[in-house]
Design a protein around this ligand. Structure first.
Ligand code: SF4
Length: 329
């Protein structure tokens, strides 16, 4: 990882969806603030874990970065280029270097296509499959790269296990020499025994190809092994961003502590030291986020100030950032 070489810079990103009502004259009756002021940087060769409960805006953030969703405000800079206002046409060359790996290896692969065509399709779409032999050789290389055999190219997705299908999805994402992969819960649908194999594959590929990852997950157990830094999201905002060691050894935000309390730790000393703050209650609606600190309705250590004043993100002396009145208020 090179600390001074950002691949991606996201500044104050907002993705809001209007809610309308009425059949004839549709009028806006509200706004879902799915992502509401998110800033982060991902450096070359780094993995940023993006973690939070379902509905916190982590997948929406990934889709907005890829420009697959409209951005309400804020900026997205990829390899030094501001792509915030790019349309499909201008995103086309960028998309070669920025790819998504999806959660569901069953739903994301076309069941009627052979593996060779699934993996090679991006080459065809981008006009890079002009020579049949070179195309076949590239597909064979990609399959080998993800631990599959080249002769599997003639089979269909249903002939593979969940882990193998996710490998096919990864091969497809790598077909165009991507530098940034946005991996949206890429192992959540897999058996626990297979998850580690696929996470290890991601790490091997990162080392070999110098890839940069955003690794999205709903809990902190999956991202621990692979992430250099982790951003914890709650209701459309990042509430803490820290290195892996800082976050797992000494979480600052009460929400991070609660998420961590839900993850079993093998080390009994750490297990005893971390304290148990199991989170309770439902995540509030992004249509009407609570005033003040958005987490105050579930926070076990909320104070009076938390109900009225929104805590800003503050940089801590050790380099992390946290949004909580208990830290630097
Ligand atoms: Fe809890 Fe208050 Fe910190 Fe929010 S600002 S996380 S409610 S202590």
């Amino acid at each position: 990882m090179t600390a001074s070489d950002p691949v991606l810079r996201v500044r104050d990103l907002k993705v809001h969806f209007p809610i309308t009502s009425g059949i004839l004259a549709r009028r806006q009756v509200g706004t879902v603030k799915a992502v509401d002021g998110v800033s982060f940087t991902v450096n070359r060769g780094e993995t940023l874990g993006l973690v939070g409960e379902s509905g916190c805006g982590k997948s929406t953030t990934g889709l907005a970065v890829l420009r697959m969703l409209d951005i309400t405000s804020g900026t997205v800079e990829f390899e030094g280029e501001d792509i915030t206002g790019y349309d499909r046409g201008r995103m086309r060359p960028i998309r070669r270097r920025m790819q998504m790996v999806y959660q569901d290896p069953y739903g994301s692969l076309n069941p009627r296509m052979k593996v060779a065509d699934i993996v090679g399709e991006p080459l065809v779409v981008h006009g890079l499959a002009t020579d049949r032999d070179k195309y076949r050789a590239r597909v064979a290389d990609l399959l080998r790269m993800v631990g599959l055999l080249p002769d599997m190219a003639e089979r269909y997705p249903h002939e593979f296990s969940g882990g193998q299908r996710q490998r096919i999805g990864i091969a497809r994402a790598l077909a165009l020499d991507a530098t940034l992969l946005i991996c949206d819960e890429p192992v959540s649908a897999l058996d626990v025994s297979i998850q580690a194999q696929v996470v290890n594959l991601f790490m091997e590929l990162q080392e070999r190809l110098g890839l940069t990852y955003i690794f999205i997950a709903h809990d902190l157990s999956v991202v621990r092994h692979i992430s250099d830094r982790i951003a914890v999201m709650y209701l459309g905002r990042i509430v803490e961003i820290a290195t892996r060691d800082q976050l797992y050894k000494d979480p600052l935000h009460p929400y991070t502590k609660a998420l961590l309390a839900a993850v079993p730790i093998a080390d009994p000393e750490l297990e005893a030291a971390r304290g148990q703050q199991i989170i309770s209650g439902e995540i509030p609606s992004a249509l009407r986020p609570p005033p003040g600190c958005r987490f105050h309705t579930r926070c076990p250590v909320a104070m009076a100030v938390c109900k009225s004043i929104d805590p800003p993100m503050r940089d801590m002396p050790d380099g992390r950032a946290v949004a909580c009145h208990l830290h630097g208020g």
